[in-house]
Design a protein around this ligand. Sequence first.
Ligand code: GAP
Length: 509
Amino acid sequence: MALAKRRGFIYQASEIYGGINGFWDYGPLGAQLKKNLRDAWWEDVVLNPCGGRPGPNGEPLRMVPLDTSIIQHPKVWEASGHIAGFSDPMIDCRETKQRYRFDHVLVYGPAAAERGGKPFFAFVPDTASEARQKKKAQKAFGEVRSFPLSQLSPADWTQVVAPDAERAGTLTEPRAFNLMFKTYVGATASEDDVAYLRPETAQGIFVQFKNVIDTTRVKVPFGIAQVGKAFRNEVTPRNFTFRSREFEQMEIEFFCHPSEARDWFAFWRDERMRWWRDLGLAGQSLQLREHDKDELAHYARAGAGTADIEYRFPFTAPGFGELEGVAHRSDFDLAQHQKHSKASLEYFDAERGELLPNGAHQGERYLPHVIEPSAGLDRGVLALLCEAYVEDPARASPELLLLSPRLAPIKAAIFPLVNKEGMPAVSEKLYLDVRRRFWRRGLIEHDVKQAIGKRYARMDEAGCPYCFTIDGQTLTDQTVTVRDRDTAHQERIALERVVGYLEERLGPG
Ligand code: GAP
């Protein structure tokens, strides 16, 4: 987090006013890193889906993009089930006015059954309350054990000291707390004007399904992809950007015939896992986890299941945190919107149904099933930063980011060894040449100040893969040094080779 701030990746939102919990801003390098990840997703999902690999039907994938509004008709959220069901159970502490997610709270009690009239001590794991309450419980009981608050019987409810409280019995009963941000559309701000900031981008896709079918030449099976902001009034935003109240999603809704849903589910689950791995989240820190039956969301219960792609973030280790969910949503959403809007969302598939004497098919009308790979852009950035972060005590500045050249916000940096003796003029020209060629791929940096070691260290921390330095020798033999971030190894190459050198590593500009 310190490096992310120091190098301008991520800042606390409204920091000069003390910050606002659950909101984050991306600094210059973070904004570019986030754009690079968003672009990589767009390229590999919309423009060249799955690198050209065919789907389970043996055909190239058909994908189209969409960009829908953050605010939709409130009935969208009624139909989707978000108004009735998108909530977390919350408990409040009457003494400290703190609010907790019921399912996040555990209690310490005696290891043996008998409490001798003493209370339970509640805590939230990984917060200061954990050690504090454990100490109190050990003082009261000696040996202690912990278990979820939800396992306590209602009779014991008044015998709990809340995580930040002094006395027992100050916790309220759990109440459902809707996670959608409410707002008002128009000037009157009456209850008739209530609207919601979307808690997922997916619903915008479902409600435009018919328009996409009618106005383009796509045929089922095909996917609609959308990237955009989503908002959730998370009760306990935490772990840096992992659980934020405003975040970006990269969602695919892939529409297929119900009989093919299982094959498409397996296809997307494996493809999405491969994608994250190819971006650099390789090894033991990435895992695929199939949901148990009782974990499935309401829309996924009847289908082939849900699989989460999870990353072992430093704050979840040794456990994992969700990066992307791949769910078989069946026809839940289209059926709900069809019912609530009264618009037919059925698809007429001319290539199915009985074969007629004239060789054509009779056709089949159905509601397609949906496979939904839904990824978090902010969680992706966070996972990539965590994976890239390395400490190398052998270096003058021991922290560096081993970001892949595709994702690194700064692709190359160009320095004069010293800011005199004709070197800045040469480096400035090289900088402009390189920028003219590679600006589409990301930032190119030119830095003339400070000792060269400090400039290299800055670039290591920024994750810049290549630094080129103009020195005294350049002026005599037209060569420069190129320094590789990963090895800190330097070699000399011809000045005129710099663009070609980068092209070999970054691809054409
Ligand atoms: N349309 C399905 C859907 O929204 P989800 O599992 O609730 O499913 C999808 O969200 C992804 O969005 C998650 O895998 C995660 O990466 C990201 N996400 C969800 N809530 C988030 C939050 N509060 N902060 C940051 N990212 C979040």
